[in-house]
Design a protein around this ligand. Structure first.
Ligand code: HEC
Length: 134
């Protein structure tokens, strides 16, 4: 086989691979809000985890306290940033955020907490007590 043919095959394979590995629904919202404050099961679980572990610093509904307003933060930080900040903590100009990597419940619930906070960030749910949709 000629070199050029091999290169063509490799690039075809690369294109095929990158097409397949693109996130299928990158823009899809990770939450569902109905009746103003009813969350899907995962986002609701996210709220409960958030309330247990994060609310004392970031406010009951993420609106900020000693820690920053996460509804605001999530407009700017990526999901990857969120995951790594929660895992590794962050010390900056505002203060010190503990690392959660040793807390299995928090680490396992990062997706769900992100979903809840994203709903807050998008304004889909306000500074109100969420309920679980039936
Ligand atoms: C002891 C207080 C405290 C607790 C508890 C806490 N945080 Fe934080 N968090 C902070 C502080 C303070 C900062 C700001 C650090 C800085 O940049 O100065 C922060 C920053 C963050 C950021 C980065 C925001 C940005 O704009 O970059 C995220 C995301 C975050 N916290 C999520 C969480 C989540 C999720 C939890 C619960 C699992 C949590 N935090 C629990 C104090 C806390």
């Amino acid at each position: 086989m000629k070199n050029s043919k091999i290169i063509m095959l490799i690039s075809a394979a690369t294109i095929a691979f990158s097409t397949v590995s693109l996130p299928a629904h990158a823009d899809e919202k990770p939450y569902t809000v109905t009746n103003d404050n009813h969350l899907d099961a995962d986002s609701y679980k996210g709220f409960k985890l958030y309330r247990n572990w994060c609310a004392r610093c970031h406010g009951t509904y993420g609106q900020g306290m000693v820690g920053p307003d996460l509804a605001e933060s999530l407009k700017f930080i990526s999901k990857d940033d969120f995951f790594s900040t929660v895992g590794n903590g962050k010390s900056g100009t505002i203060g010190s955020m503990p690392a959660w990597k040793k807390n299995k419940k928090v680490m396992a619930g990062r997706d769900q907490m992100y979903a809840y906070l994203k709903a807050r960030s998008d304004g889909a749910i306000g500074v109100v007590k969420p309920k679980k949709a039936k």
